[in-house]
Design a protein around this ligand. Structure first.
Ligand SMILES: CC(=O)N[C@@H](CCC[C@H](N)C(=O)O)C(=O)O
Length: 384
């Protein structure tokens, strides 16, 4: 089945226009102050008869009351941006220097507002909780938000979330029952040795050399320690070290992330990282410190609810459904799914640049398209 999508970028719909406003003000996790204000302003502008609004830190929780509720559905959108200097062709580029919505959270939020608006205007029998969640990219807002007092009486019985997918055309939804996204752990390794003059290396312990050795050795964990039929990733995304080209570095720091499809493999990978780091300590007579930062639970889609959603999608003639493989991306929505049955899906936004890329330009036609699909799905589900 193919999608019939319409859209006009020079005359954007209300939610595309909101996405463009959000796009200009990307903020770090738990600092989404302007984003929260913009969302609140819009939500307060809606008829308030069925709407109750609460805030939690920089997040927002909205209850849209149903007409005779027996259940509660939930939609979650993440709110934070990334420390990336934007390099798109947009006129509505980020005005926050060095920050960018490069993971689609501006799209996720505007879709959330669209679905919310739909149910304010067309109430269904059941209640719906809309969760605008801070800090998905780190340090993780889902786990503390799930435990927040403000959410307890509005906890959904079933919930969903989406993530933009650059590689799929608009009109495509991709998902699967079971594991969709990996377990994640951040990784920060500090190395401290002895600095010195560049001309006297024998009198120093060079932490640039030690850090480079460690990065190379870390490549052996996935290739030599993880079962080839399992999956794991170690990415070191950032290295800091030294102060000047002719000074031997006393300190270096590696920053990365670990991804695994099973919790046991995460334990194995961490144990190997610890052994290799201890080996570097011995070899280079230096001190090391490992910090695992934020850890996210896998995103595990509820088998039955996801199959039912996929069957429903197959029946609609506006959506192309792909049953995809799991990915090594992480998402703290996994914490919600650990306690509340539901699912996440990929939404095609058809752009040549991937997530976390400075040039990513999601096709905005996906916004109104997703609002329509999600509103129809929740309405259908509530009628059953
Ligand atoms: C969808 C996506 O890109 N999510 C992020 C989540 C980051 C988790 C954490 N900060 C880490 O780096 O481990 C991802 O990078 O997959």
């Amino acid at each position: 089945m193919s999608a019939t999508v319409t859209g006009n970028t020079s005359n954007p719909s209300a939610f595309v226009a909101i996405r463009r406003e959000l796009h200009q003000i990307p903020e770090p996790g738990f600092a989404e102050f302007k984003t929260q204000q913009l969302l609140l302003k819009y939500i307060h502008s809606l008829p308030q008869g069925r709407v109750e609004i609460r805030t939690w830190r920089t997040g927002i929780i909205v209850n849209v009351r149903g007409t005779s509720p027996t259940r509660r559905f939930g939609y979650r959108a993440d709110m934070d941006g990334l420390p990336i200097t934007e390099d798109t062709s947009y006129e509505f580029r980020s005005v926050h220097e060095g920050y960018m919505h490069a993971c689609g959270h501006d799209v996720h939020m505007s879709i959330g507002l669209g679905v919310l608006t739909h149910f304010v205007e067309h109430p269904i029998k059941d209640d719906i909780t809309f969760i605008f969640q801070p800090a998905e990219e780190g340090p993780g807002g889902a786990q503390p938000m799930l435990a927040a007092e403000e959410l307890q009486d509005w906890l959904p019985d079933q919930m969903l979330a989406l993530h933009i997918a650059p590689e799929y055309p608009v009109g495509t939804i991709a998902t699967k029952p079971g594991i969709l996204f990996a377990n994640t752990s951040e990784l920060f390794i500090d190395l401290t040795g002895k600095g010195g003059h560049a001309a006297f290396p024998h009198l120093a312990n060079d932490m640039v050399v030690a850090a480079c050795q460690l990065v190379s050795q870390l490549q052996t964990v996935v290739s030599r320690n993880v079962n080839p039929l399992d999956s794991a990733v170690i990415t070191i995304g950032k290295i800091d070290g030294g102060t000047k080209q002719n000074i031997i570095a006393e300190k270096a720091r590696l920053e990365g992330t670990i991804r695994t499809l099973s919790a046991d493999t995460m334990t194995l990978v961490k144990s190997r990282i610890e052994s290799l780091t201890a080996g570097i300590e011995t070899a280079y007579h230096c001190r090391t410190h490992i910090d695992y930062g934020a850890n996210y639970r896998q995103v595990y889609n509820h088998e039955q609810i996801t199959r039912e959603f996929m069957d429903w999608v197959r029946e609609t003639d506006t959506v192309t459904l792909i049953e995809c493989s799991e990915a090594m991306t992480g998402e703290d929505f996994g914490y919600f799914l650990e306690h509340i049955p539901g699912f996440m899906f990929w939404l095609g936004v058809d752009t040549p640049y991937g997530l976390h890329h400075a040039k990513i330009e999601p096709n905005e036609q996906a916004i109104d398209y997703a609002i329509d699909v999600i509103a129809r799905y929740i309405t259908w589900k509530s009628d059953r």
